[in-house]
Design a protein around this ligand. Structure first.
Ligand code: NAP
Length: 281
């Protein structure tokens, strides 16, 4: 039997999520509630500035308010934490996004931990991570949530499948491993010390690439018919998967750009509206 090849279209998935978000924003407006996401950018990293701008613009496109805070490069950990605490207390703010990375003199973990769990719509606190591990988090990290959203949208079977996640960062590899595990996949999480990575990837029904190395995953590592989700986003719009090589082996694959990235932003918007709806109750 010849299986149909599937390109997992992140833009289409994101549009479906955003349509639903927009309807919910309209409903909240009718109750005089405007969801609001606060974004914090520290310093002048051009990529970070672009990401924050994209997130703010997407909010506004859907009728979500965006409070954009830009702090100078020399901001201290204490000043950043104070800013976050003020936002925690503001009744008009539903979600707080601190753009990663912050300048290296700042204790980024301390800043993330200052975000109250109710407003942690980007899923960066250890409390949020703990909830995710237990399977009841309100706002899982957005990129792992995006990967799961793509899987759900395309009804990709997960239960009993072997998922191999390459990467174990706290915002991507680890949480997506837990989310796949919570959906009854058998999960192997790989990292830079993994021995013979290609042979492990070769066993995977589902491959998640979250490495941060362009074209890292090669075609001959892929089992025929595997599903590949490429979270990588490297300079020049290049994923962590060698798309040309892997396309021929995979049953389904996300492109870069137009795969996981657009869905990630839509999950952030969804979480912000989820949080605003709690204001209504
Ligand atoms: P990260 O914090 O740098 O983590 C990279 C992970 O890859 C680490 O766990 C590392 O292992 C592992 N790794 C590095 N070299 C390896 C090797 N040779 N073999 C096996 N594993 C290796 O990166 P991240 O923040 O998770 O991001 C990963 C990728 O996703 C990047 O391309 C980033 O741009 C992208 N990303 C995309 C989105 C989106 O919205 N699409 C959002 C966030 C990130 P160790 O733990 O042993 O060091």
């Amino acid at each position: 039997m010849v299986l149909e090849k599937l390109i997992l279209d992140g833009i289409a998935v994101a549009n479906t999520v955003k349509e639903h978000v927009k309807e919910r924003v309209e409903y909240l407006k009718s109750k005089d509630i405007r969801p609001c996401l606060a974004t914090i950018l520290v310093g002048n990293d051009p990529s970070s500035a672009t990401y924050v701008k994209m997130k703010g613009n997407e909010c506004e496109r859907l009728g979500i308010l965006s409070k954009r805070i830009h702090l100078p490069e020399e901001t201290t950990t204490e000043e950043l934490v104070a800013c976050i605490i003020e936002l925690n207390h503001s009744t008009d703010i539903d979600g707080i996004l601190l753009q990663h990375p912050v300048p290296s003199h700042i204790d980024e973990r301390a800043a993330f931990e200052a975000i109250s769990i109710e407003k942690d719509v980007d899923g960066v606190t250890s409390q949020g991570f703990g909830q995710l591990a237990f399977g009841f988090s309100d706002y899982p990290c957005c990129t792992p949530a995006a990967i799961m959203q793509i899987i759900e949208h395309y009804k990709i079977p997960v239960e009993g499948k072997h998922a191999v996640v390459i990467g174990r960062s706290p915002i991507l590899g680890k949480p997506v491993s837990l989310m796949l595990l919570n959906k009854n996949a058998t999960v192997t999480t790989c990292h830079s010390k993994t021995v013979d990575l290609p042979s492990i990837v070769k066993q995977a029904d589902i491959v998640v690439a979250a490495v941060g190395k362009p074209n890292f995953v090669k075609g001959d590592w892929i089992k025929d018919g595997a599903v590949i989700l490429d979270a990588g986003y490297n300079k020049g719009n290049i994923g962590d998967v060698d798309y040309e090589e892997c396309f021929n082996k995979a049953r389904a694959i996300t492109p870069v750009p137009g795969g996981v990235g657009p869905v990630t932003i839509s999950m952030l918007l969804k979480h912000t509206v989820d949080s605003a709806e709690k204001r209504e109750k």
